[in-house]
Design a protein around this ligand. Structure first.
Ligand code: PMV
Length: 347
């Protein structure tokens, strides 16, 4: 098909890993499998306007707007991404792109936008490819969008669909792949279908360690092999939990994964402590409240100081009261985001 010009918009969510991806090989191939909840509220909306060039250029041709304003600091990232994906999207140099992007969450909230941003951009480019090759199946579309997003930022491949996404080879029969994420293929107990995630913004500053550097630190890390094995085992254990809805088991695996991620950073060379005093205060408060209330509130962490507070919808009222009364005081400027498990990107 000949497609001269047009415009495409996608809104793609962020995601929060339960079993963490930390460590990678060449070409953004993960060192271990991971699984995440797709989020709903935290999302990036990207619009691409494309115009066919008279003749194919030698370089990529694009303009970038972030929240309505030109954003040159994003150019190198997009350039690197385009170079990586060019061989899978041979039409890239035949078009000029105007890329407009905005996030639902506050700028510099310490919430990484790479997962939602790279998945939204990949979906837009896939929509153009579909204009050119309309016969492609929905399955191929999603799989390739995830594949491209992975080349932008590893965890972005888990943001295309929902509600649970698995990425990285795990066993031989579940259809998982190192190249793209899949929808979790087994039974999911209904308690997990509307899980809540309240994100406490403890430190809104720039990330102290980029994830690129973080993954790099797993090369030659003294505990790397054990860690990768543990991730496999935790994913296997979670399969049972997802089927039977055992929340105590869920909590144990998820909190252990979060602390292990941070333990890896504390035991690498150079070493980093990415938690802040308030991160620890919040964790201790969550533990005390869980004991007292007999609820199933738990936490997970990204590679930073912010805390994701996870709990089932049925406990929303009591846990949310607790968060407001006891945890929000530890957030920078009292800021937090109420999110919940989501069902993937939307056009
Ligand atoms: O996708 P990256 O390269 O930014 O790595 C993300 C790593 C963690 O967020 C810490 C864990 C994960 O699985 O998302």
């Amino acid at each position: 098909n000949e497609v001269a010009n047009g415009k495409i918009t996608w809104k793609s969510p962020s995601n929060i890993a339960l079993v963490k991806y930390w460590g990678k090989k060449e070409n953004q191939i993960p060192a271990n499998p991971s699984i995440s909840f797709t989020l709903d509220t935290c999302a990036t909306t990207t619009t691409i306007a494309y115009r066919k060039l008279e003749e194919e250029g030698n370089e990529f041709s694009f303009d970038l707007l972030f929240e309505g304003k030109p954003k040159d600091s994003f150019r190198p990232k997009i350039m690197t991404f385009f170079k990586r994906i060019e061989k899978y999207l041979p039409f890239l140099k035949s078009y000029h792109f105007t890329i407009e992007t905005s996030n639902s969450f506050p700028h510099s909230s310490g919430i990484a936008s790479s997962a939602s941003g790279m998945s939204a951009l990949s979906l837009c480019l896939m929509s153009l490819e579909k204009e050119l090759y309309p016969e492609m199946s929905a399955e191929y579309f999603n799989r390739k969008a995830s594949f491209l997003a992975r080349l932008g930022s590893g965890s972005a491949c888990r943001s295309i669909e929902g509600n649970l996404m698995e990425w990285g080879l795990h066993g031989e029969t579940d259809g998982s792949s190192n190249e793209y994420a899949i929808k979790y293929p087994y039974t999911i107990h209904k308690v997990f279908t509307n899980y809540q995630d309240t994100i406490l913004l403890v430190d809104k500053g720039q990330k102290q360690v980029s994830s690129t550097v973080g993954h790099e630190l797993m090369h030659g890390h003294p505990f790397a092999e054990q860690r990768f094995l543990q991730a496999h085992n935790n994913l296997t254990k979670l399969q049972l939990v997802f089927a039977n809805g055992n929340l105590n088991e869920f909590i144990e695996i998820v909190e252990s994964e979060a602390l292990t991620l941070h333990a890896m950073m504390m035991t690498s060379l150079p070493y980093f402590i990415l938690m802040k005093p308030n991160t620890l205060e919040i964790i201790n408060k969550i533990w005390a409240f869980r004991e007292l209330s007999k609820t199933h509130v738990c936490f997970t962490l990204d590679a930073g100081a912010n805390v994701h507070v996870l709990y089932p919808e049925a406990e929303k009222e009591i846990v949310y009261q607790f968060i407001k009364n006891e945890l929000v005081a530890y957030c920078e400027n009292g800021q937090y985001i109420c999110d919940a498990i989501g069902y993937g990107a939307k056009k």
